[in-house]
Design a protein around this ligand. Structure first.
Ligand code: THU
Length: 138
């Protein structure tokens, strides 16, 4: 998507998440996860979990989506849409909370998507209060 196109709406992105989940590579856990990171310009960056035979070398969906955002030049996260193939409500794991914190706006939200629809919104900073971040390095 070029920067000039109208960014997709949250409803459109959520509706695309079941198809995105199908691209996850999770042959070991069979637990597929898809993430869409919305940056400061409303651009959407997609990610899925990418597992590895050397288990700790796998990557979470949030991690791959944040990598896509940074690669595309985005630097702030306004929202993260998150969906699991199990259709359960999932929140970012601890490590991904730290990854999101690096770029999260003050009003950043985690939006849980089930059956292609947003079902729950959580203020991101309620999930990681009193965190260590860029400001701590001086
Ligand atoms: N997973 C994510 O992609 N994001 C999370 O926030 C939680 C866990 C993935 C990692 C692994 O591939 C699978 O879910 C099971 O833990």
């Amino acid at each position: 998507m070029s920067a000039r196109e109208t960014p997709p709406s949250e409803a459109e992105l959520a509706a695309a998440m079941p198809a995105l989940l199908a691209r996850a590579y999770a042959p070991y856990s069979k637990f597929t996860v898809a993430a869409v990171v919305i940056d400061e310009d409303g651009r959407a960056h997609l990610g899925v979990n990418v597992e590895n035979a050397a288990y700790p070398s796998g990557a979470c969906a949030e991690q791959t989506a944040i990598g896509a955002m940074v690669t595309a030049g985005g630097r702030r996260i306004a929202r993260v849409l998150l969906a699991a193939g199990s259709n359960a409500v999932v929140q970012p794991c601890g490590a991904c909370r730290q990854r999101i914190a690096e770029f999260a706006d003050e009003t950043c939200e985690i939006v849980t998507v089930q059956d292609g629809r947003p079902t729950r919104r959580t203020p991101f900073w309620s999930l990681l209060p009193e965190s260590f971040g860029p400001g701590d390095l001086g």
